[in-house]
Write a protein that binds this ligand. Structure first.
Ligand code: SF4
Ligand code: SF4
Length: 259
């Protein structure tokens, strides 16, 4: 029987989410039995021509060339899944969306005139139809395996959309915000990591992006009671997922109050 063809694509990103696939180690041979890894430049030299049954796309769109290339990837893909904060929310590179990108290139490059970039770093879903978005910076390998398994079994992936707080409760981790007064983004951040940071007595800094309908303003009010300033709150929401609407709007509200 023909195995479905899997392609893995990279746009502006650090490769961390692609490495999550290689990090599957024990499960990778099983994955390779079930799908043909047809295009994966991070891990192989040989490529197989499209069309592809499943494309995993890492990274954000930051150049006009990439905006054209993602349309070609979409044309070649029956199903397209975005992986990671860059692909689903513009990534850390979207921090420049709040500033003048030309000013940055003039600071960093000796010949900024050679730099050709879009004014904004945008998620893949802003350019083409996306069949499923997998959150995280980087993504969780178990969730990635669930997405691939769901594709093979022709069903919707079972990925939780509740908050990191529920993961703390499940694992019996004492709430760092209530017990210790540590500011934490857990209440507005999507589950999936197993609440790693609170289990090490740290606040969550939101790397899995916003939950469904997060009350970012209520959490900001709690942070304020704990002594956080508008600048602290702005910076907390302006991180890996700064261009995700709920985090972006909350950070902009505190930016206005800061002035
Ligand atoms: S989401 Fe994070 S880990 Fe994944 S590619 Fe972007 S920066 Fe790297
Ligand atoms: S920052 Fe939050 S979402 Fe990211 S690993 Fe830590 S607890 Fe999980």
């Amino acid at each position: 029987m023909m195995r479905p063809k899997l392609a893995v694509w990279k746009f502006a990103s650090c490769d961390g989410c692609q490495l999550s696939l290689l990090d599957c180690e024990d499960e990778l041979l099983t994955v390779a039995d079930q799908v043909e890894i047809a295009y994966f430049m991070e891990a192989s030299r040989a490529t197989v021509a499209g069309p592809y049954d499943l494309s995993l796309v890492e990274g954000s769109i930051t150049t006009a060339h990439d905006a054209e290339r993602i349309r070609e990837v979409r044309r070649q893909s029956k199903r397209l899944v975005t992986i990671g904060a860059c692909a689903t929310a513009g990534g850390i590179q979207a921090l420049r969306n709040f500033q003048d990108v030309r000013a940055f290139t003039e600071i960093v490059y000796a010949r900024p005139g050679y730099i050709s970039t879009l004014a904004q770093s945008t998620p893949i879903g802003q350019h083409v139809l996306v069949d499923f978005e997998l959150r995280g910076c980087p993504i969780d390998k178990h969730q990635l395996l669930e997405v691939i398994a769901a594709f093979i079994q022709r069903r919707r992936p079972v990925i939780r959309t509740d908050s990191v707080c529920t993961e703390c409760k499940r694992r019996g981790t004492v709430c760092v915000m209530v017990a210790d007064g540590t500011p934490c983004l857990g209440p507005v951040t999507q589950a999936g990591c197993g609440a790693i940071c609170p289990s090490f007595d740290r606040g969550c800094y939101g790397c899995f992006g916003p939950t469904e309908s997060p009350n970012t303003a209520a959490l900001a009010a709690w942070w304020r009671r704990l002594g956080a300033s508008d600048t602290d709150i702005l910076r907390a929401y302006r991180n890996f997922n700064a261009w995700a609407s709920p985090f972006r709007e909350e950070s902009e509200a505190h930016e206005r109050r800061e002035r």
